[in-house]
Ligand binder design. Structure first.
Ligand SMILES: Cc1cc2nc3c(=O)[nH]c(=O)nc-3n(C[C@H](O)[C@H](O)[C@H](O)COP(=O)(O)O)c2cc1C
Length: 279
């Protein structure tokens, strides 16, 4: 067998996962603001759990709805009705032996019509930045209440975190941009707030880009630095999960780093071989 470990169990921060087959979160138009998550979605994910996935990601759950920008058919988790419906989803999925996590995030900042005018992040008021961060923290609290095994932050795909992290799209010159540290602030504030609210033991995942794939955007070396800083920010900042002597990357961060390093060395090898870098 090529993938010898595929059907072996694995443990991530105390979660026992029966195999290494993971269904990543996919926005699927099966939510709405009344229910948060629909019965159709519960059936959809339960069928995947029955099919044998070790871990299933539900999301993205939009934590901050911007009219004209966000989808009204996203998943939501903002009130007790939503929490109850997510609770049912979690129960059904777990009944079939899968681990289930919720991906949360601010999915879109700007209405679609504004995108044609190249909106600038520098015009986003600071109060709105704090509201967005708070929305992620409040939703993460409900994620745990609903019984999800872990929470994941959307750090990709044009969501607010990826815009703040971007070397191209973040044009702010205040403390929310202007330097690597400035660009890291938004995800670190969200992550730190979530860790503080959920405690040290609750697993938090973070989905990040290995490369921006746009002219002027960052590549693997910066993605590696982002991964390191996400963890260091938590360790040295708001929550002391480990002390600095015993600090090690979590299994997931280590896995990401390994993938990035593998890709990097492959790209370097390709570069030597071909005289050009193709990403
Ligand atoms: C319709 C659709 C919606 C998606 N929505 C999300 C999302 O909400 N969050 C996310 O992290 N990735 C999202 N993705 C990306 C998928 O999780 C996945 O990474 C992508 O489909 C590539 O799959 P692969 O890695 O198996 O090739 C979406 C993909 C598709 C096709």
């Amino acid at each position: 067998m090529i993938f010898k470990k595929l059907f072996e169990p694995v443990s991530i921060k105390g979660l026992q996962i029966k195999n290494r087959i993971i269904m990543p979160p996919m926005h699927s138009n099966m939510g709405n603001i009344e229910e948060g998550i629909t019965d159709e979605a519960v059936d959809f994910f339960t069928a995947r759990a029955k099919g044998g996935f070790g871990m299933i990601g539900i999301g993205v759950i939009d934590t901050y709805f911007v009219p004209g920008a966000s989808s009204s058919l996203s998943f939501f988790l903002q009130n007790d009705v939503h929490t109850k419906n997510h609770e049912r989803a979690v129960k059904e999925i777990k009944r079939h032996g899968a681990i289930v996590y919720a991906q949360i995030g601010v999915r879109r900042i700007w209405p679609v019509q504004q995108l044609h005018r190249y909106p600038k992040l520098s015009t986003l008021p600071k109060e709105q930045i704090y509201e967005m961060i708070d929305s992620m923290i409040q939703t993460a609290i409900r994620v745990r209440e609903a019984g999800y095994d872990a929470v994941s932050l959307l750090g990709i795909g044009g969501g607010a975190i990826s815009i703040f992290l971007s070397q191209v799209l973040n044009d702010r010159t205040d403390e929310w941009g202007g330097s690597f540290e400035g660009r890291m602030r938004f995800p670190l504030e969200a992550l730190g707030g979530i860790r503080k609210a959920l405690g040290e033991d609750y697993p938090i995942f973070f989905r990040l880009h290995g490369s921006e794939f746009i002219p002027g955007g960052y590549h693997v070396s910066t993605a590696k630095r982002i991964a390191q800083n996400l963890e260091l920010g938590i360790v040295k900042g708001w929550c002391k999960i480990h002390n600095s002597e015993t600090h090690k990357f979590s299994p997931v961060a280590a896995l990401i780093l390994q993938c990035l390093l593998d890709t990097q060395s492959r790209l370097q090898a390709d570069e030597r071989q071909n005289g050009l870098l193709i990403i």
